[in-house]
Design a protein around this ligand. Sequence first.
Ligand code: SAM
Length: 220
Amino acid sequence: MRIRHHVNPLKLEFLVPRTPQVPIPPGKEVELELGCADAQFLFQRAAQDPGRVELGVEIREDLVRDVNRRARALGLNVKAIFANANVDLRFLLEPGTIARIFVNFPDPWFKRRHRKRRVIDRDLIVACHEALRPRGEFFFQSDVWDLALDAMSVIEAQEERLENLAGPWSFWKEPNPYGARSLREELNEQEGKQIWRMLFRKRDEADEAIEGRARGIRAP
Ligand SMILES: C[S@@+](CC[C@H](N)C(=O)[O-])C[C@H]1O[C@@H](n2cnc3c(N)ncnc32)[C@H](O)[C@@H]1O
């Protein structure tokens, strides 16, 4: 089967939100990877804890079909959703429900004119913050320095929403803490490439502070 290498997320068909809200089973821990591709990372997470629900958002429909077929065959709690993370995320999930969000090796879109196609932007971070449960985690990793730096500046600008667990403007120095490897991560590690990681946590007081600021009230 032919699988496309890239899909332009700014094509009109991907700019119209169309994916219905994903039901979140009560009492289950739910994790989400944006741009999951073959979902290797999610399958490994699901194998660690079969009680958890692993969701992946992916813009290439053929990959979504493959992942869901494999999940059924293996009996693992992994579900891929065909959607554009940048357009659909805020409609996809009930607010405050996701324990962890992972962005593993998003497409680099190196050229300057492609900058606006990058996955990490302010609206995506606001949507992730809304989807996360209190103290939920947001993890990012990339082997592309420019992209990682760009993502850091976007996320640090939202520091009232997400706290950088390595300290402000710092990359996560430890290895990946989740005991699972995405395919890109595995290949990069095999090649000995440097990987830039960041780990953030939703601030407890975030909703209150943001709401207060909107009403012109400053936190003490
Ligand atoms: C470089 S691959 C990395 C895949 C996987 N996370 C890994 O680390 O092996 C990036 C994936 O993100 C998907 N993607 C890019 N932009 C997206 C968007 N706006 N919404 C959903 N998926 C997207 C691409 O189709 C691709 O499968």
